[in-house]
Design a protein around this ligand. Structure first.
Ligand code: FES
Length: 352
């Protein structure tokens, strides 16, 4: 890998050729605030919060879209940079509802965090604020366009990762907004409700509807687990509060799916606490299911397996397993059929 030498905040360092200034800084643990940058998406240069000072350049370039070149002298925290970042944040906050107390994103909002860090007062710029209607047209995603900071992360993740392209910018200037075409709601659009847009939104413009009011980030514990819906083996975090799962959030470091999930994995967790779930085995007696103990149910199954194999041979039985099960469970199922029952009549729903 070809390396180049650059100077960051007075320190000469080596970085691989081809990195952006932002990546070069982060590689050397120099933190730069970002709102529209995402390492998994193409850089866009929308929020301008990542600006730095570069010797020989008259403006303050956005570091996420500026290539690091040999001999570059970069200053990330000079007075002029900090002052410009403050102005950018003041402008963003000036057009924000500032309903942080009731916002679902509180505690997990990048804009609020930077506003706090940079001591933003919120009253430097006054004027009209956008008041756009909420989109609660579907059971999964709550969209509040008034909180959108136009970072475009949802647009890019929908286009580049989900390859669905449902979201884009429309209108211009003060009236610019992000959403499906022709001002459709999410429900009317081609949205598949994968929720990737929610996963990348840095503010409260896109939130998991089922989690609204259920708990703040500091009140919940994240428990990493594997999705039970199919055999792909996607990882995600269960958000647990008071022993109750209140939501699912994806994590970028999952080896199988990264932060991508399907609608069932991300939003179908309500089955966990569904009161209609079977918790006791049922045995059919005289045409009606009645509750039984596990011993009673398992003994009945074992007895019927024995009766059938004695009367008709092992091949009279077959087993169909499920992609909802783990690989280990599927392995055990076929092993049981082959070794215990004595038949190769095994199949799996995913084979078709
Ligand atoms: Fe660079 Fe937004 S992070 S412009």
């Amino acid at each position: 890998m070809e390396m180049i030498r650059v100077t960051i905040d007075g320190r000469e360092v080596s970085v691989p050729k081809g990195l952006s200034v932002l990546e070069a800084c982060r590689m050397h643990d120099i933190q730069i605030p970002t709102l529209c940058h995402d390492p998994g998406l193409t850089d866009y240069g929308a929020c301008r919060l990542c600006i730095v000072e570069i010797k020989g350049m008259r403006n303050l370039p956005a570091s996420c879209v500026t290539l690091a070149v040999p001999g570059m002298v970069i200053r990330t925290g000079s007075d002029i940079v900090l002052e410009a970042r403050k102005t950018i944040l003041e402008l963003l906050v000036a057009n924000h509802p500032l309903d942080c107390m009731t916002c679902q994103k509180m505690g997990n909002c990048s804009l609020a965090q930077y506003a706090y860090e940079y001591g933003i007062s919120g009253d430097v710029f006054s004027g009209e604020k956008r008041k756009l209607p909420l989109d609660g047209s579907n059971p999964f995603i709550l969209r509040d366009p008034s909180k959108c900071i136009l970072c475009g992360k949802c647009v890019r993740v929908c286009k580049e990762e989900q390859v669905n392209g449902v979201l884009d910018f429309s209108s211009r200037g003060f009236h610019t907004r992000v959403g499906p075409a022709f001002e459709q709601t999410y429900a009317e659009s081609e949205c598949l409700f994968c929720g990737s847009c929610v996963a990348v939104c840095p503010v409260g413009a896109l939130t998991e509807k089922q989690m609204v009011g259920k708990g703040r980030p500091w009140e919940t514990t994240k428990v990493r687990t594997t999705c039970p819906y199919c055999g792909t083996g996607c990882n995600f975090d269960l958000n647990v509060r008071d022993d109750k799962v209140i939501g699912v959030t994806s994590n970028s470091d999952s080896p199988v799916n990264g932060r991508m999930l399907c609608v069932k994995g991300r939003f179908g967790f309500d089955l966990i606490h569904n009161p209609e779930r079977l918790t006791t085995p049922l045995i059919k007696k005289d045409g009606t299911f009645v509750e039984a103990s596990w011993d009673e149910a398992l003994n009945l199954v074992a007895q019927r397996f024995t009766d059938i194999t004695v009367a008709h041979g092992s091949d009279a039985l077959a087993a169909l397993s499920s992609a909802h099960c783990t690989n280990e469970e599927n392995y055990l199922m076929q092993k049981f059929m082959r070794v215990v029952i004595g038949t190769n009549n095994v199949d799996h729903c995913a084979r078709t």
